[in-house]
Design a protein around this ligand. Structure first.
Ligand code: NAP
Ligand code: GLV
Length: 309
């Protein structure tokens, strides 16, 4: 059974070798050398080029090298009705938990101000409220958001979470839907975005949302660049409505060298590393899902295409 792998960049060969090792019973082929397209039955992809998958006329499933599937659905010529499987696993959760706790603590303890004071040799003793007096809001309470909200509550933060349908999480005030958004935002001092990118969430981090947060709130976007209206963030930073932004994802990746975020004093840019899937742990999760799918067994990571995430 032939599997096509699409991944560009320096990790492509690493992935190819690992998947071949993990799936010896499959014929794993690189994107640029697929052989006869009709032999391909499975595709393992990260951002395939638009129209790239339609030549594989016998495709039975598409596996996203990622928890998100928006980059697969973005193909206007995506073969219709082909099941899509996302990639999850404990390592993905662990890495995102580390990233979110690290950056929430950085903002809570006002580290950017302390770091800015060091070159000035300024002894800037800042007194912060304890974590239980700091309200952190997590948008998206799914696999990653739910785990991060729980971890932040364990650190001691006053955590609220927001999802599409009502959720229940120990130690977290759970709110849901448009009717609760105002209440969720009005006390959120540090906002963490872990929503999937869908038509309903695209551009959600906009002026309208920023202005509903308390003045001087901070945001962390670890989901997708297209959630953020970049010019609205720059304006909110200029107006003092938003104090700090930690951004891991961008409309264009890599972020172009002349982008204003790079040298903005209130923006921390991280290069889409919040929770990168690696070929060791991610490859094992993909191999397990592929085998389950081919054997006709239930695949928990199978995406509900009607729901869109
Ligand atoms: P998930 O398990 O599908 O959870 C999505 C959550 O968002 C759910 O709680 C869902 O509500 C909520 N949601 C969806 N649409 C909504 C809407 N319109 N309004 C309010 N809430 C909505 O997703 P996940 O695995 O946690 O991943 C989230 C995203 O993180 C991915 O899609 C990806 O974009 C991003 N990600 C980034 C990195 C990185 O390295 N930066 C790594 C991995 C993933 P319900 O609970 O009601 O369904
Ligand atoms: C990474 O961004 C993912 O979706 O896993």
């Amino acid at each position: 059974m032939a599997v096509i792998l699409h991944l560009s960049g320096p990790r492509a060969q690493w992935w190819l070798e690992h998947l071949r090792g993990l799936l010896p019973e499959f014929d794993v082929r690189p994107w640029d050398d697929p052989g006869a397209p009709e032999e391909i039955e499975q595709a393992v992809v990260w951002k395939p080029p638009p129209g790239g998958l339609k030549r594989f006329t016998n495709l039975a499933c598409i596996i996203s090298i990622g928890a998100g599937i928006d980059h697969v659905l973005a193909d206007p010529e995506l073969p219709a009705g082909v099941p899509i499987i996302r990639t999850t696993g404990p390592e993905l959760l662990q890495r995102m938990r580390e990233y979110v706790v690290l950056h929430v603590l950085r903002l809570h303890r006002r580290l950017p101000e302390i770091e800015a004071a060091q070159p000035l040799r300024e002894w800037r003793q800042l007194i912060n409220p304890p974590a239980d007096e700091r309200r952190v809001g997590v948008m998206g309470l799914g696999n990653l958001g739910g785990d991060c909200a729980h971890a932040l509550a364990l650190v001691g933060f006053d955590v609220a979470g927001w999802s599409r349908t009502p959720r229940s999480l120990e130690g977290v005030t759970c709110l849901a839907g448009e009717q609760d958004l105002e209440r969720f935002l009005e006390c959120t001092e540090i906002l963490v975005n872990l929503l999937p990118l869908t038509p309903a969430t695209r551009g959600i981090l906009s002026r309208r949302l920023f202005d509903r947060l308390p003045r001087g709130a901070s945001i962390i976007n670890a989901a997708r660049g297209e959630h953020l209206v970049e010019e609205d963030l720059l304006d909110a930073l200029d107006r003092g409505q938003i104090a700090q932004a930690t951004l891991d994802v961008f409309h264009q990746e890599p972020l172009p060298p002349d982008h204003p975020f790079w040298d903005h004093p209130q923006v921390l840019v991280t290069p889409h590393v919040a929770s990168l899937i690696d070929p060791v742990a991610g490859g094992a999760a993909i191999a397990a899902n592929l085998r389950r799918f081919v054997a006709g067994e239930p695949v928990p990571d199978l995406v509900d295409l009607a729901q869109g995430y």
